[in-house]
Design a protein around this ligand. Structure first.
Ligand SMILES: *Cc1c(COP(=O)(O)O)cnc(C)c1O
Length: 336
């Protein structure tokens, strides 16, 4: 694997820290838990999309684009980071926001990531739930092209093989950090949605022949569908990197027990996991992704999948800005 073969921009702060969570490890009484701080990538409050955008936006620049077009849910962290990347390279950003989560109360369509989208001068339009959002974004790109723009359309979550290179790179970064610390990693756990993060990690670890299991905690799809999505994209990414040996579906692990009522819908386990990490470590997770990812990790410790004596790395994929669109779940005043 030699990722310098691919065009890449610098948009974030790397490497992100890899730190031991002493208090959380003690509180849970299971494996040694480390955290990879991809919430600290630095781009407009950070998150996992920054790594993907370094490759995607470099491709856009190379193609002579002047406008980034993408889509996501209303509180999309991906849209916010894409909007910030557009500012950095002097492009316009147009986004479609899917009303995938409704009845979340005042502020859901104005606060958190949407507020930051406003400040980043992102032009967004809302769409009802259930459309083919990537097709909608392609249509928007065509509309903008007719008006004389040179659009570059980024799929939801930045999840294609070019974007997933960002997480193949993260796999290499993580293995290098662990080797320097003398740390043997058994498992990686993180929230999985549009699949690019897990696909990139698995492809990167496969290329490095690093025997580390990656467990994706689904925030939306059922287990079988998520495994199929991740596997398809991991194979495409491995191809792009130039890996010769086959990547089997059995190398993909996902759980779907922590989705709750649906994407972006709160669960008690998510609220408890966020409260626990804030109380034990002073670290903020988010309600849509990393909070459910952490709830998943805690569940996997309780059911014995993750054991004492093992070393587990939780990837904090970011999303903290969305906390401010879900204030009612966490505010002590609204609880009182
Ligand atoms: C997008 C996102 C994820 C999921 O990553 P995918 O590559 O879409 O699977 C996880 N956490 C946060 C905070 C995100 O914004």
């Amino acid at each position: 694997m030699h990722l310098a073969r691919f065009k890449r921009l610098t948009l974030g702060h790397f490497p992100t820290p890899l730190e031991r969570l002493d208090n959380l490890s003690r509180a849970l009484g299971g494996p040694d838990i480390y955290i990879k701080r991809d919430d600290c990538t630095g781009l407009a409050t950070g998150g996992n999309k920054t790594r993907k955008l370094e490759f995607l936006v470099a491709d856009a620049v190379q193609q002579g684009a002047d406008t980034l077009v993408t889509q996501g849910a209303t509180q999309s962290n991906h849209v916010r980071q894409t909007a910030a990347a557009a500012r950095r390279v002097g492009m316009q950003c147009y986004a479609l926001l899917e009303r995938r989560v409704i009845n979340m109360g005042d502020g859901y369509e104005q606060a958190g990531n949407v507020l930051l989208d406003d400040m980043l001068k992102c032009e967004y339009e809302f769409r009802p739930e259930g459309l083919d959002m990537n097709a909608e974004a392609t249509l928007l790109g065509e509309r903008l092209r007719e008006r004389g723009a040179r659009p570059y359309v980024i799929p939801g979550g930045g999840s294609n093989a070019i974007g997933a290179l960002g997480y193949a790179n993260a796999a290499e970064e993580l293995v290098y950090q662990a080797d320097a610390m003398g740390l043997k990693i058994d498992k990686i756990v993180h929230a999985t949605g549009s699949a690019g993060t897990q696909a990139g990690l698995v492809a990167g670890l496969h290329a490095l022949s690093a025997p580390i299991d990656v467990i994706g905690v689904s925030v939306r799809a059922r287990r079988d569908a998520q495994i199929a999505n991740v596997h398809r994209l991991a194979c495409e990414t491995a191809d792009l990197i130039g890996v010769k040996h086959a990547l089997g579906a059995e190398q993909i692990e996902a759980v779907d027990d922590y989705v709750g009522p649906g994407y972006g819908q709160p669960t008690d386990e998510m609220v408890d996991a966020i409260a626990l990490l804030a109380a034990e470590e002073g670290i903020f997770l988010d309600p849509v992704y990393s909070g459910k990812g952490m709830a998943g990790m805690i569940g996997l410790i309780k059911n014995g999948t993750l054991k004492k004596g093992e070393t587990v790395v939780f990837i904090h994929t970011g999303g903290t800005a969305a906390l401010f669109a879900y204030q009612h779940l966490f505010s002590r005043q609204s609880a009182a």
